[in-house]
Design a protein around this ligand. Structure first.
Ligand code: CA
Length: 256
């Protein structure tokens, strides 16, 4: 990877000199998980530096150069972390966050890259569901450290990527659920509901908590939630699972 030059433009898009890996040819520590990272950045130099660095560190980075390409990639493939530049052509970074959270219902951690003085944009990004930010210019090593930290927080730990409740199994990376090793065909909100219930099998999970989890914007109603519970119960029953129990007016419990 070429070392960033001192004569490079010093605008907000430049990567800081500290961006170069401290040790040329450094490889990832084996204790860190390998992350699937989607880099969304229209500046090809920054995107290339990030891609090279993360690959060198043993991760599996991929790049989308504009907002609509990013949304397509997110729709198609599971990623562990998204590194997202806010200033993008066509569909901007804020729209990408909104699409990921509201339309695709993804919980994938999003690390936002912004200009140093872009407080308003950062606040908007957080309001839409971003998890962290870094101001440009940034050090590549810090991107990796933050991506790893976000990933740890989102999954609890690497082994927690898969959660189990009896013979139900849910992979939080691929967002796929199985019962007795058979895949369950679930709609996006059913996945969110099942995941929430599987975190605490045997516990009564309150309606309000479920509404917040399924409709983070506050659009949830008891009727909508009832509909989602009905849909999930139907899929589970068709698969031979009878463990979804509604306590009227209170909440839902996934039997162990
Ligand atoms: Ca940009």
């Amino acid at each position: 990877m070429p070392a960033p030059s001192d004569s490079a433009p010093t605008d907000a898009a430049a990567v800081s000199p500290a961006a170069a890996p401290a040790v040329p040819g450094a490889t990832a520590r084996t204790s860190d998980p390998r992350l699937d990272v989607l880099i969304v950045e229209d500046d090809s130099t920054i995107a290339g530096n990030l891609l090279d660095f993360l690959a060198l560190r043993g991760h599996r980075p991929d790049v989308a150069y504009d907002g609509s390409a990013a949304i397509e990639r997110l729709e198609r493939d599971p990623f562990d972390v998204v590194v997202l530049d806010l200033g993008l052509p066509r569909v901007d970074g804020l729209d990408v966050i909104a699409a990921a959270r509201q339309r695709l219902l993804l919980a994938t951690p999003i690390l936002v890259l912004t200009a140093r003085d872009a407080l308003e944009a950062r606040l908007q990004a957080f309001a839409l569901g971003a998890d962290d930010y870094l101001a440009k210019p940034f050090a590549l090593a810090e991107i990796e450290a933050r991506a790893l930290a976000l990933h740890r927080r989102s999954t609890g730990s690497v082994v927690d990527a898969v959660i189990e409740a009896g013979e139900l199994r849910f992979d939080r990376r691929t967002r796929e659920a199985t019962f007795r090793h058979r895949p369950l065909r679930l709609m996006a909100r059913s996945v969110l509901l099942l995941e929430r219930l599987m975190r605490r099998p045997g516990d009564l999970v309150e309606r309000r908590e479920l509404e917040r989890a399924l409709w983070p914007d506050g659009d949830g109603t008891p009727e909508l939630l009832r509909g989602q519970i009905y849909l999930l119960r139907k899929v589970l029953q068709d698969a031979g699972h009878e463990g979804l129990e509604t306590v009227h007016g209170v909440g839902v419990r996934l039997r162990r």
